[in-house]
Ligand binder design. Structure first.
Ligand SMILES: [Cu+2]
Length: 149
């Protein structure tokens, strides 16, 4: 009996050694879903969802999927000055003014049905994920994203 359980322990610790480094190196993956109800390319039902929407600080990989039938979408990781602040907006261009925000990286111009990834190192704080295709931000295509210690 003793011999068997020792054997099991040895196998278990070997497995731990093999899987340990991969666990440490793995990124936190966040799936971002980009959706609309655009059969005819209108702005109805624009939505961005992040899952999970709260992660620990470190290297984070966003994996975005554009589920639209017709529209190009994108994901921009923004660190707003205060969580409540609305982002500087250009009414004429119908987009957030990218020069005036802290853009930490983006998956730009994803065609309908396509996916893309972005890895960034984020400190604890409140972030926004936005789509800055014309009119999309105002149509509600953004979501809050939280990074904890
Ligand atoms: Cu969009």
């Amino acid at each position: 009996m003793k011999g068997i359980s020792r054997n099991v322990l040895a196998t278990a610790s070997t497995l731990l050694m093999l899987t340990g480094p991969q666990v440490v190196l793995a990124d936190t993956t966040v799936n971002v879903s980009l959706e609309d109800a655009s059969e005819g390319g209108n702005l109805a039902g624009m939505k961005m969802t992040a899952s999970p929407d709260t992660v620990k600080a470190g290297r984070i990989t966003f994996h975005a999927t554009n589920k639209s039938q017709a529209l190009v979408h994108e994901v921009m990781v923004v660190h707003p000055r205060t969580p409540e602040a609305s982002l500087p907006y250009d009414e004429k261009q119908a987009e957030v003014i990218e020069k005036r925000i802290t853009d930490l990286g983006e998956i730009s111009d994803l065609p309908p049905g396509k996916s893309g990834s972005l890895s960034v190192r984020l400190k604890a704080g409140n972030y926004l994920l936005i789509c800055n295709q014309p009119n999309h931000y105002k149509a509600g295509m953004w979501t809050k994203f939280t990074v904890t210690h």
